[in-house]
Design a protein around this ligand. Structure first.
Ligand code: NAD
Length: 479
């Protein structure tokens, strides 16, 4: 079968479907190719949405436990894993069904199958024994990424999981090791701990969530240190042996000078019921025969693009995880709109000043703009305030006081440069800081904005007041 289309979108994740829908809304005739039977990609099916669904469950379980000092006691939870799995899947299905309807309403042709380029104007799509060729005038590559596997591990053993397996909730292991203290590792640790697993985390850097400022990570670290069996930093797993009683894990130091030593404070070996490997994701650029279309893919699998998402081939664009870090759905959707608009003849390009990051741990951590680490590394002079949530009535009323809201601004102009928040709902709160940065707001703008009381959002106003010298909720000594 042969099919002709104006715009071909390869990959139906958040980046791909957004690009397809925007191009269709701009009058283009669009074909969207997706290898799985449903749209939504990793995010809706085996990523953001199912993990947030389970994190909500974790939050309910934790809150029920932690409300005890207030005089409210609940019985031990009765966890029906099959029901929970169905509930989680049902939420993803509601969203993916909605996407299918949206595609139909826009006359976007959705084709199921694995696509590979055969020239710079043709894509071959295979679905079992069915094959068809699609001829396109312009294309958008949105093929995403996949979890990094460590080749020396027993990857065929079902007790060794990646994030997709972990979200399947096949069973709750008694003892779970998580390799990688990044966002996936720590979000899954939050879920499995709440469901009753004993957790150990191994991270090769000297802090968890290494991209984030240390002071923002500290409140999370202090909380999970008490909850989890162990958090081993500067440590790697050197070997995993599959035994009938469990996975026997050997630890090693992450430092090359100490390559033969075991890691910091780690045992030589330990047996776990399950191991989750969450050491990053790698782009899928090598899976699509991009060379046949003349599109350059670097050795790691990334496709480089300009500010308009154009690859080295003028009529082929790329977006999302496959064009580089950060591998975040909200970056992909933004890029998808740019690519679609450029294809439709609009003078769009990437202009956003920041892409916020959120770890949906407990407490959540969110940051945007300039981090303090980056400011120091780049020699940027800045002024900073960190408002402690122990002085926030709203936070205390929720039984929590470990949060911090940090603001960085330009020393001369007071213009907001960056912000980081750790605490309950930090992921929601960061939006105000992102908007402030995009609007070129100053500390004074934030400090003079009336924030509702009592809210967690007002901690952003308070941190601005700390820099402006107008705060009354804390006593700041005059310099
Ligand atoms: P990551 O890069 O965020 O974290 C991986 C961690 O593993 C790092 O801390 C790294 O130092 C560590 N590591 C690497 N190799 C190791 C080894 N051999 N032993 C021990 N530690 C090792 O990757 P991830 O958590 O797998 O997430 C993948 C991608 O998905 C990231 O881009 C992430 O931003 C994105 N993601 C985002 C969210 C979110 O926005 N909430 C959620 C999940 C995933």
């Amino acid at each position: 079968m042969r099919l002709k289309t104006e715009v071909l979108v390869l990959g139906g994740g958040p980046g791909g479907y957004t690009a397809a829908f925007r191009a269709a809304d701009l009058g283009k005739q669009v074909t969207l190719v997706e290898r799985y039977p449903v749209l939504g990609g990793v995010c809706l099916n085996v990523g953001c949405i199912p993990s947030k669904t389970l994190l909500h469950v974790a939050a309910v379980l934790n809150e029920a436990k932690e409300i005890k000092p207030a005089g409210i006691g609940f019985a031990e939870p009765d966890i029906d894993l099959e029901k929970l799995r169905n509930w989680k899947n049902n939420i993803s299905t509601q969203l993916t069904t909605g996407l299918a309807a949206l595609a139909k309403q826009r006359n976007v042709t959705v084709i199921k199958g694995v696509g590979r380029f055969i020239s710079n104007t043709q894509l071959l799509v295979e679905d079992g024994d069915d094959t068809q060729t699609i001829e396109f005038a312009q294309a958008i590559i949105a093929v995403g990424s996949q979890p990094v596997k460590i080749p020396s591990f027993p990857n065929d053993d079902p007790r060794l999981m990646d994030s997709t397996d972990a979200l399947n909730l096949e069973r709750i292991p008694k003892k779970l090791l998580i390799i990688g203290g990044g966002i996936i590792g720590l979000e899954m640790a939050t879920v499995y701990h709440a469901l009753g697993s004993k957790i150990t985390v191994v991270e090769m850097q000297d802090q968890i969530i290494p991209g984030c400022d240390k002071d923002l990570v500290r409140p999370l670290m202090q909380r999970i240190k008490k909850q989890y069996d162990n958090i081993f930093l500067e440590t790697q797993v050197s070997h995993i042996e599959a035994l009938s009683e469990g996975l026997k894990v050997s630890f090693g130091s992450a430092s090359s000078e100490l390559a033969n030593d075991k890691g910091k404070d780690t045992p030589e070996t330990e047996v776990f019921d399950k191991v989750l490997v969450a050491v990053g994701r790698r782009p899928n650029g090598h899976l699509i025969d991009a060379d046949k279309a003349g599109v350059n893919v670097d050795e790691r699998g990334f496709i480089s693009v300009d500010k308009q998402q154009r690859s080295n081939v003028k009529h082929i664009f790329a977006i999302g995880d496959v064009v580089g870090n950060p591998m975040l759905a909200h970056k992909a959707t933004h890029e998808g709109k740019i690519a679609a608009e450029v294809i439709a003849g609009m003078a769009t390009e990437w202009q956003a000043l920041t892409i916020p990051s959120v770890a949906y741990t407990d407490p959540e951590i969110a940051w945007m703009g300039l981090t303090e680490n980056a400011a120091k590394a780049q020699g940027i002079s800045y002024e900073k305030a960190a408002f402690p949530w122990a002085a926030s009535g709203r936070s205390l009323s929720m039984g929590r006081k470990e949060g911090v809201t940090k603001l960085l601004c330009d020393k001369q102009t007071g213009r907001i440069l960056g912000a980081g928040i750790v605490g309950t709902h930090a992921g929601e709160l960061i939006a105000e800081a992102v908007l402030a940065l995009e609007m070129g707001a100053s500390v004074e703008d934030l400090a003079l904005t009336v924030h509702a009381h009592p809210t967690l959002a007002e901690t952003l106003g308070f941190s601005a007041e700390m820099i402006a010298g107008t705060i009354t909720d804390l006593l700041i000594k005059k310099r």
